[in-house]
Design a protein around this ligand. Structure first.
Ligand SMILES: *[C@@H]1O[C@H](CO)[C@@H](O)[C@H](O)[C@H]1NC(C)=O
Ligand SMILES: *[C@@H]1O[C@H](CO)[C@@H](O)[C@H](O)[C@H]1NC(C)=O
Ligand SMILES: *[C@@H]1O[C@H](CO)[C@@H](O)[C@H](O)[C@H]1NC(C)=O
Ligand SMILES: *[C@@H]1O[C@H](CO)[C@@H](O)[C@H](O)[C@H]1NC(C)=O
Length: 516
């Protein structure tokens, strides 16, 4: 039984006699029970017809509407004996009944069309959101239909708030969700899901329906860059809000004319929300940039840390692309040892998004084995929000390094022991010459918390440093023509240079370690 009340009767009569489809009648009666829209249109139509011909005697008397029997009878008559055409052409009056009509005439095709498209793209998902974009001119037809109903509502002294009328889009989705669910098997079509299927409908036959609005509200229709037509949904809605009923009715019939065709799905797009993945990487190679290195459009170095890590991940998640970020970065000739450097990646439009712990470990192994240049640990799926933890307070974090230092003057073991006693040495670092092209010129203060020296031979020693993040180590060692002060040359009173540099630890406690 349809949940209709006595007060709905005149509206049902009015719309049916104008040739409106059964589902649109339900919309204007503000029926919110989704199942009512899902049942076959012809059944709904039968019920509606039975409802209006049924004498008022045995209908729930919840309405405040005072019956006018003679009028009621007169209206019933027109419906009891409808022109054949109307009876046959259920979905007619409006394009919104047209969407209803898409629902009747081409519904089978639409839902299997959607299902086929989704299947062909090979996504792994168990819920999906269906988003529908209906032609803008539908708003005009809906408005026309509303004026038709409004007239009736006024005359009968009924109460109907336009906001309570169910939107075509909603009703259409209610119908479609069930059908698509059926087509796709175990997938639930829901209102919130990371996987979205967007269907755009067009209806060429009625495309010019909104053109008259351009005259009544020229301001509403301004050309915008990436839209082919000025008649966007937003613009049409705005113009309809401005136009008076009288003016509208001068230009557009109410009720609207019956269209002869249905809306057709023009474009079906699938999009899965980004998945975020994090971990820590080691880099064991002194000729590997962190990101692709391109100078004047020409590629230097055949690979990069991000590409070596991303390739197996992209293929496992079957994603369209990625954004890589990390907690700081190392130079092309610097190794990253110890527990590695935290990194995170946004995977764009992944076709697969769920991995078990075992599968993640497997993926980590694949990365580890794909080259001897990088290794990854603590690989895990994280939330977008958690990613910001990596960048949080980055400046305050500490890093430890080992540098192989050359001295011009010959040194003895005792010459470098004083280094071990230096604590919290504050440096003034003018932006290094080598990064001036990408960083603004400034003097930055950085702190070296502690150092230790390990003698190698008369011209070499290993210098261990624990520093504030962002300290330029190479510049501290060679002085950068006095741009970093104090520097190691000054401390040792001889020229020094850096031959090798390793990052030993990046003290950021994110992402959390994954126990082996
Ligand atoms: C109204 O219909 C119900 C069943 O739908 C029935 O039980 C009841 O007797 C009817 N009342 C009148 C006044 O006909
Ligand atoms: C009922 O409708 C008839 C015909 O439309 C009209 O003449 C009559 O005045 C109406 N009666 C009431 C009480 O509204
Ligand atoms: C991620 O990458 C895409 C294209 O690759 C880009 O459009 C987007 O702005 C990037 N997002 C972030 C947060 O960097
Ligand atoms: C990958 O390499 C890292 C660093 O050596 C190691 O900690 C991790 O256990 C390895 N993971 C797998 C699955 O091989």
């Amino acid at each position: 039984m349809l949940p209709l009340k006595e007060k709905d009767k005149p509206i049902v009569q009015k719309l049916l006699s104008a040739g409106c489809c059964a589902r649109c009648v339900l919309r204007f009666c503000c029926v919110t029970i989704q199942a009512a829209y899902r049942q076959a249109q012809h059944e709904t139509l039968e019920e509606l017809k039975a409802f209006i011909t049924e004498k008022e005697s045995n209908v729930s008397q919840t309405s405040t509407y005072e019956h006018n029997k003679s009028q009621d009878a007169a209206l019933s008559e027109t419906v009891e004996d409808p022109p054949c055409k109307r009876a046959k052409l259920v979905p007619t009056l409006t394009v919104q009944s047209e969407a209803g009509s898409a629902a009747v005439v081409t519904l089978r095709n639409v839902e299997s069309h959607i299902a086929e498209t989704v299947k062909a793209q090979n996504y792994m998902f168990d819920t999906m959101v269906l988003s529908v974009s209906l032609p803008a001119q539908l708003c005009v037809r809906e408005h026309s239909c509303w004026l038709h109903v409004k007239k009736e509502v006024r005359e009968k002294g009924l109460v109907l708030d336009r906001d309570d009328v169910i939107q075509v889009k909603e009703a259409f989705k209610w119908v479609m969700q069930g059908l698509v669910t059926k087509e796709l098997g175990s997938v639930a079509v829901v209102s919130k899901s990371p996987f979205e299927v967007g269907v755009e409908f067009t209806h060429p036959e009625t495309e010019s329906d909104c053109h008259f609005l351009a005259k009544s509200c020229p301001d509403c229709f301004k050309p915008t860059k990436n839209k082919q037509s000025v008649f966007t949904r937003m613009a049409v809605v705005k113009a309809l809000e401005k136009i008076s009923d009288a003016r509208f009715l001068q230009h557009y019939p109410s009720p609207p004319l019956e269209p002869s065709s249905s809306c057709t799905p023009q474009d079906i797009q699938c999009l899965h929300m980004s998945v975020f993945i994090a971990g820590r990487y080691n880099k064991f190679c002194r000729s590997l940039p962190q990101t692709p290195w391109v100078i004047d459009g020409e590629r230097r170095m055949e690979s990069s840390v991000e590409e070596l890590i991303a390739a197996p991940i992209l293929s496992a998640f079957r994603a369209d692309g990625f954004n890589f970020s990390s907690s700081g970065r190392e130079d092309v000739d610097v190794r990253t040892l110890g527990n590695g450097r935290p990194f995170a990646m946004e995977l764009l439009n992944p076709h697969r998004s769920r991995f078990s712990k075992e599968e993640m470990k497997q993926l980590q192994e694949t990365i580890n084995e794909s080259s001897d240049k990088v290794r990854v640990r603590d690989l895990q799926i994280v939330t977008r929000e958690a990613m910001s933890r990596m960048k949080e307070g980055e400046e305050e974090k500490t890093k430890t390094y080992t540098a192989l230092v050359w001295t011009q003057k010959a040194i003895e073991k005792e010459d470098i022991t004083f280094i071990n006693d230096i604590k919290d040495l504050t440096l003034d670092q003018k932006t290094p010459l080598r990064v001036l092209h990408r960083r603004t010129l400034a003097i930055r203060q950085r702190v070296i918390h502690s150092m230790n020296a390990r003698y190698v031979d008369s011209h070499h020693f290993y210098l261990g440093l624990k520093t504030q993040a962002g300290t330029y180590i190479k510049e501290f060692v060679h002085g950068d023509f006095g741009r970093t002060k104090p520097n190691l040359c000054q401390l040792l009173k001889t020229d020094t240079d850096i031959l090798e540099l390793d990052v030993e630890s990046v003290d950021v406690d994110w992402p959390p370690p994954i126990p082996e």
